[in-house]
Design a protein around this ligand. Sequence first.
Ligand code: OKP
Ligand code: MG
Ligand code: ZN
Length: 343
Amino acid sequence: MKTVFSPLHARRTVKTELDGGLLIEPHEKPSRAETILARVRNQALGEVLEPEEFGLEPIKRVHTADYVSFLETCWDEWVAAGKPGEAIPAVWAGRGMRHRLPKDIDGRLGYYSFAAETSITEGTWDAARASANVALTAQKLVAGGERAVFALCRPPGHHAHADLFGGYCFFNNAAITAQAFRDQGYQRVAILDVDFHHGNGTQAIFYNRSDVLTISLHGDPDLVFPHFLGFEDEIGEGDGEGYNLNLVYPPNTPYSTWSQGLETACRQIEAFRPTALVVALGVDTFEEDPISFFKLTSGDYLTLGKRIEQLGLPTVFTMEGGYDVEAIGVNAVNVMQGFEGKE
Ligand code: OKP
Ligand code: MG
Ligand code: ZN
């Protein structure tokens, strides 16, 4: 299987993540992508390609133009305002307040985000753009006849809404990929989100549409991020009713339980008869993940890859979460190798 990777991911090197009342070293750090790339090479998974440049058009099919230009200028606005640290949102329009875009950078950061753990600095824009290009290059390869391609995206994307960043995500790479398939004549596209966290951005982007089926398996949002979306009664709205599925699991869920949800998801995907599949692949479901609570083992990722292959669809994997850096390479590449038949 081919892998698409951009060294520009390393431009996203922030020093801070607001966690537990402290500014810690971010969980979403450059070594994550480098460790996965090393495993891809070490296992000779296949050719590693740099992305093509697709420009902003395919991004704007999913994200609003004002949000995209905010991300482009955010750091400069922050610096121009004389702020000494990294850009961190800290104020939002709560219940009863107005969703109106303010001039001031603190107000703008809040307007375009839903959480405060995701700091922004100079290189974030370049890295987020490169990550979207990685996904779009993988999409192009699959549209050109490859059965499956691994988009080694960093930063991740599945939490990003049309006009909101948060949860380490800026551009929703999985959604951009699915939309690119649609725009190239693929009639129905399924997105299967196996990251530990709910793919809230992906759900929201397609919530009113029946042409893109969105399914996410994740930790109960009553207990974990993103807390305010991802419950099982969210089934889609309007034309989209019946085209969103959330499968929610409690702490300590092992593969034997989680995989029942995967079966449900796969059967729903088969009934939908998609012509392409996007897998939002997080491996933060791993038993040793520092911020998550499922109990998948490294071997389980081979089984997961095999099950996804059995759907028989042209497939793009977009890399999402996974924070046990020591295991992230083995776990992510195991999914690809399981897809290719390794037991
Ligand atoms: C991004 B992805 C840790 C809180 C973590 C943000 C989690 C973002 C996960 N104390 N909050 O879905 O892997
Ligand atoms: Mg998920
Ligand atoms: Zn996650």
